[in-house]
Ligand binder design. Structure first.
Ligand code: PLP
Length: 411
């Protein structure tokens, strides 16, 4: 009889979003007339930028003609897209990233989930808490997380970097030596960013300790303030210690189209069992070419069009739209006397639940009394207990209505 990978049994159920859906459905059943607004999940609502849509239509036409038909493309992505990324997202900003260091994929979720498999089984992993859950779960599946401790609600072998109100949701350096450090900035769920000096401390730590930083920058396009690094490679020495992940999902309405990329600099090395240096990009290339057959030509043409002047203007308008929602939510919460952060350089607002409410009690109150669905902070890690995430990805109308409803709540 085939046996399963035993580490899958250590996974916590995908409790968060199924529980949200369950509570929402139960409430809707009791109150069919309730007009529920969702500011919960991280999916976008605005349609595709026209520049991308037009490029994709043209690409489909190319594929319908014998002379221009294309089958499999390069697994790492077409040169036209890798070059556009390296030039517009990096070189034009004075950052040294070369096209051959860019690996195009069908999503950052896959990339941040898969990256761990090129590292050793006994690598010590550090993650922020709270954070996007894929980092922990992918390491649980790989058997690196150890047993789940029901008292602390944490895995024994993971080093958690607690992000709390006390440290401004910016974690301290690990108290012990770690091999892999997942950093997510702008952060999901807290919306917090690091300054250049703060990020430099992580790069310096990684250099001193031989660690590798896995820098998830899926929300880079939402950075508004000066002084916030857009890429970890703005920090000197980061090419030797960091891998960066970016996605077109939130920036360009590509959550359904699917396209993202990962930068693995040639300067990044890790040790093999004999103590020799291995170029990490070669391993990622090997993995990518073995297990992935490339993003569709149509999609890559759409992504490349986002770097044209029209594409850039349309993306800027999309980001402005969502960030105006974020501002409405932040101001609405402040007016209601609720403490919150985020929403300035990120599309998420992280609020402290009022006294007497844990994350789920707040969820229920918001659902029952304001007919709003959000995301309980505890779903992103134990340190998220007592917090709650609202997303700016709704429509303007729904965001305004949600804010009006929150204003009427009594605590
Ligand atoms: N990384 C973070 C921090 C995210 O919040 C998300 C999506 O919500 C992703 C990665 C996944 O992005 P993609 O749609 O490119 O898979």
């Amino acid at each position: 009889m085939a046996r399963i990978n035993p580490h899958y049994k250590e996974l916590r159920g995908s409790y968060l979003f199924s529980e949200i859906a369950r509570r929402r459905a139960a409430f809707q059943k009791e109150h069919p007339e309730a007009d529920i607004i969702s500011l919960g999940i991280g999916d976008v609502t605005r349609p595709l930028p026209e520049a991308a849509a037009a490029a994709m239509r043209a690409a489909v036409d190319e594929l319908t003609r014998e002379e221009t038909f294309r089958g499999y493309g390069p697994e790492q992505g077409y040169d036209f897209l890798r070059e556009a990324i390296a030039r517009h997202d990096y070189r034009d900003r004075g950052i040294d990233v070369r096209p051959e260091e860019v690996f195009v994929s069908d999503g950052s979720k896959c990339d941040v989930g898969n990256i761990q498999e090129i590292f050793s089984q006994d690598a010590v992993v550090a993650v922020q808490d709270p954070v996007y859950p894929v980092y922990v779960d992918s390491n649980v599946m790989a058997g690196r997380a150890g047993a789940y401790d029901r008292e602390t609600n944490r895995y024994r072998n993971i080093v958690y970097l607690t992000c709390s109100r006390e440290n401004g949701f910016k974690p301290s350096l690990p108290g012990r030596k770690v091999d892999l450090i997942y950093l997510c900035y702008p952060n999901n769920p807290t919306g917090v960013t690091l300054t250049r000096d703060e990020l430099k401390r992580w790069v310096d730590y990684a250099k001193e300790n031989g660690s590798i930083i896995l820098y998830d920058s899926a929300y880079e396009a939402f950075i508004r303030e000066d002084g916030v690094p857009h890429s970890i490679y703005e920090i000197e020495g980061a090419r030797e210690v960091a891998i960066e992940f970016r996605s077109f999902s939130k920036t360009a309405g590509f959550t359904g189209v699917r396209c993202a990329y990962t930068v693995v600099p040639r300067d990044l090395k890790a040790k093999d069992d004999e103590g020799g240096d291995v170029v990490v990009a070669d391993l990622w290339n090997r993995r990518h070419t073995t297990k992935f057959n490339g993003v569709s030509y149509v999609t890559q043409r759409g992504a490349a069009a986002l770097y044209t002047p029209e594409g850039k203007a349309q993306i800027a308008a999309l980001v402005d739209y969502y960030m105006a929602n974020a501002q409405l939510i932040r101001e609405g919460l402040r007016a209601a006397g609720i403490e919150a952060c985020g929403g300035v350089n990120a599309p998420y607002i992280w609020l402290k639940t009022p006294d007497g409410y844990d994350s789920w009690a707040f969820f229920d109150k918001l659902l029952r009394e304001a007919h709003i669905v959000g995301t309980p902070g505890v779903g992103f890690g134990q340190a998220g207990e007592g917090y709650f995430r609202l997303s700016a990805f709704g429509s303007r109308e729904n965001t305004e209505r949600a804010v009006e409803r929150i204003a009427k709540l009594k605590w």
